[in-house]
Design a protein. Sequence first.
Length: 461
Amino acid sequence: MSTSFEIEPGRMNGWKEIALHLGKGTRTVQRWEKLYGLPVHRIGREGGEIVYAFRDEIDRWMESTDRDRVANGDEPPAALEAGLFEPPAAESVDEGAAPPRRRWAVAVLLLAAMVAALGTLSVLRPAGRSTAGGSVQPAAWRLANESLAVFDNGGALLFEHQFGFPLRSTVTSESQRPLVGPSPVLIADVDGDARSEVLVSVIAADRAEQKLYCFEPDGRVRFVHQPTGTRRFGGDEYGEPWLAHRAFVTRGPEGRRRLWAVFTHNIFFPTVLRELDPRDGTVRQEYWSNGFIEVVHEGTWAGRRVVLAGGTNNDFRGASLAVFPVDGVAGATPAVRPGYACRNCPTGGPEALFVFPTLCLARRGGQASVFSAWVENGDRLRVTVGQWARNGLVASYYTLGPDGGLLQAEISREFQTAHAELEQREAVDHPFGSRDDAEMLPVRRWDGTRFVDLPPVKVAH
């Protein structure tokens, strides 16, 4: 893989790359540096410093401190494949799922993620529920050492699978917390036969093994999937391994299920969203993004069935929402800067692409991402944009009309509270007010040939 800059072999630049190597969240890695002496190096002063680390130093540190860290209860419940943003999102989204109320902000984001993790009633089967044939459904799981163990809701072991290679960390359904990151395991009825399959985005120590596994309810491997080949963005070529990031199951008319899988590049930003045949994992549709994809939703908007793919947009360093006809998920994200435009992706792209700004609190540590998106009353798109601040997750909200115009924009109360706290610590250089309102806009939309600014609206608080 060629890049536009040269780096020292084995050197990781920035908290995101360090977190990616460790398979943890950025805030966890920063805490490890403070509490346990994670070997991180700096150039410059705080506020303008460059943070970097060396893989061999980090690996030696991990080997010597793993036992102490676990003993102190600091082992996170999920190993994240972190990129520029590490937002939470539902494991699967269904058109019948109730959207969060806007003003509940962080509390409702947590509730929405928990509801999705427990299962949307029309897509995920209730834990431990029996089918008409009397078979017990998978309900809980554990990833540890080199194996996956799956249990019913009574705690009885249903099956165990040996991968034959070490996993990066121990993760269980009991310890997985929705706001820490995407779950590596999704239990869902992927083909509408009233039986729950088990989808695993394997977090292996060897990145080449980070594939998507689909298991039958009895533990047989239905298929294993991982993209191959390279993609060229600008003048750089990005290749294997493509890492399984997460899976989604959406539901269409008459209960039809669609299985979606997201794979990320092993270091940098390119991401691919694929619809897979739930029977054998063959690719039905494919879309390449210049940022992570963290939410996939299917719904009816303005009289048409659409697929919504939300996440980040590296071209604008903001959050993005791509809208596709349900059978037209193809192509790549359009871009302004050449380095973020795919040069060898299949033709096509979203019929609409919206880009939402990153606000001041999130710019200090990364960028914003679409946390959730859904269709309301058939004619409005409701979008929650997660803005990760130093003291937690805050949100901004947008509503788009049936013609794609901007109807509403709102800053959460939690954002204002976080802003005031950082202002007191002199971590932000302005009081909350008109400057923050201005940063909420513009929302940009791709019109097929260029990005245009949507007419502004008054920002609500």
